[in-house]
Design a protein around this ligand. Structure first.
Ligand code: UT7
Length: 353
């Protein structure tokens, strides 16, 4: 056997022994709010929203449904797909910008309790719409240090509870839902070098904001530094600078995908599938043009789900798996961006991280 072929075989064996996605799941609330429904209350239309965003409808959590209940359903489906039981899980990382509680308990802990993951540590991760990519990388790192373990990585959002329903330029963009993956290592510590990029640009922090109720606005006693008033329960709403975010999204997701391929030593054209954060169909079309990739390689579900922030990539992955569109050995990139600003991407040789 030639030396390089021998090397490739060893690399392939190491890869097979490494860290991989074992199962996927997702949950979308049954209640659907169409553009036409919104147009009964706001000066907008299905025509405007669809032509500017690619969105026709979004799922909306009903009374009693929260980020944790949706996450629990998505996670249960992912565990079932992986053939695992809740006690098999050693870690839950839950990416969200809409936790059930403002600070604690974490939504991940609520999910841990609801599912019965009695052997799992659990925490939330906040990196807005890029959160799932960040969470996946944290789980990958933990698994590399804890061979044989399994982790649940979840993105779940209840955005329809925080958008400003009087602002037609932003409320039309968002929807609710959850997606999850189970990631496992097979007992060897031989995780291949990560092909992941995580980044942030805090100078653009005002591009997407949830205003109101910040610690910075509390009046303090000048002597003691102790707050002199109770924290105000203010109405917090979401505001965004659409043009600036649009430009950042196209530039960043294209660059991250290109850089991941360069690190991997492959051409961008060799990608089989790109799972980009679903913020706007026109953003994804512009990324495809910039990367000179056919749009068919990009997963698109915005028409029915709108922007589900940290949940958008795992929901897309689960839909692709269940549609038989992801096959072993496919070259896949997951890439997202979000408030912060944050961005991140991961290259997979499906289902290996
Ligand atoms: O995941 C991260 C969060 N996502 C984002 O931040 C999304 C990124 N940005 C975008 O997707 C797009 O910039 C938007 C969809 C938000 C806006 O699309 P646009 O093509 O950039 O529209 P625009 O802001 O330039 O607005 C054009 C016009 C304005 O009217 P005038 O000033 O030209 O008279 C808006 O007032 O369209 C008006 N408009 C609407 N009209 C009907 C804005 N929203 C609506 C609406 N229905 N829903």
């Amino acid at each position: 056997m030639a030396a390089t072929a021998h090397g490739n075989l060893i690399f392939a064996i190491i890869r097979r022994m490494g860290i991989k996605i074992l199962g996927t799941g997702s949950y979308l609330p049954p209640k659907v709010l169409t553009n036409a429904d919104i147009a009964t209350a706001l000066d907008t239309s299905d025509e405007w929203i669809f032509s500017h965003t690619g969105i026709h409808a979004r799922h909306v959590a009903e009374e009693g449904e929260t980020t944790s209940t949706m996450a629990t359903k998505a996670a249960k489906a992912a565990l079932d797909a992986a053939g695992l039981a809740p006690p098999d899980v050693g870690l839950i990382v839950l990416a969200t910008s809409t936790p059930d509680y403002n600070t604690f308990p974490s939504t991940a802990c609520i999910v841990q309790g609801l599912l019965g993951c009695t052997n799992a540590g659990a925490y939330d991760l906040q990196a807005a719409c890029a959160g799932f990519v960040y969470a996946l990388e944290q789980a990958r790192g933990w698994l590399a240090c804890n061979p044989g373990q399994k982790a649940l990585v979840i993105g779940s959002e209840c955005l329809t509870r925080i958008v400003d329903w009087t602002d037609r330029s932003s409320c039309i963009l968002f929807g609710d839902g959850a997606g999850a993956v189970v990631v496992g290592s097979d007992g060897t510590a031989s995780a291949p070098a990560a092909t992941t990029i995580l980044g942030a640009d805090g100078t653009g922090r005002h591009f997407i904001q949830r205003t109101g109720g910040t610690m910075a606005s509390l009046p303090l006693d000048p002597q003691t530094g102790i707050p002199t008033a109770e924290p105000q329960v203010q109405r917090s709403t979401l505001s965004l600078m659409g043009h600036e975010v649009f430009a950042f999204a196209v530039k960043t997701m294209s660059r991250v995908t290109h850089d991941l391929c360069a690190r991997k030593g492959v051409e961008t054209s060799s990608l089989d599938r790109v799972f980009a954060h679903q913020a706007n169909g026109r953003i994804i079309e512009a990324c495809a043009r910039r990367m000179k990739l056919p749009l068919e390689k990009f997963w698109l579900n915005l028409a029915d789900t709108a922007n589900t922030s940290a949940a958008s990539i795992p929901i897309s992955l689960d839909q692709a798996v269940r549609a038989g569109e992801l096959r072993d050995g496919m070259n896949v990139v997951l890439v997202g961006f979000g408030a912060g600003l944050t961005f991140g991407g991961t290259y997979l040789t499906w289902p290996h991280l």
